[in-house]
Design a protein around this ligand. Sequence first.
Ligand code: RB5
Length: 130
Amino acid sequence: MKIAIGCDHAGYDLKQELVAQLQEEGHTIVDCGTYSRDSVDYPDIAAAVTSIVLKEDILGILICGTGIGISIAANKVRGIRAALCDNCYTARMSREHNNANIIALGSRVIGPGLAVEVVKTFISTPFAAG
Ligand code: RB5
């Protein structure tokens, strides 16, 4: 599966972890940055990821410290349904019931082990439709 990912400085370490795990599973990752812990503006990253999610009709992952700012920025874009999730139940429901096309994570809220499971749940759950 092709997946877009992006983070601000607060989410950099978690992004690196997720990219490694997802690539190991054979996914193709489009890394929209940021590429270091240097401070950046999360709306710029949200813009980059939302653009490719819409253009290529793929799922995306956005990470900031809480997941709040970057999900708010993403949800300003028409066609984006970004769900802020910190557990597998909401990750699954966001796909099944809401057809979310982006999952937002807070790197200061959940640890990498849980984040990997939450993302795996998100990307493997189809929209139930109906
Ligand atoms: C950055 O320090 C932090 O404010 C940002 O990552 C995010 O949590 C905002 O919602």
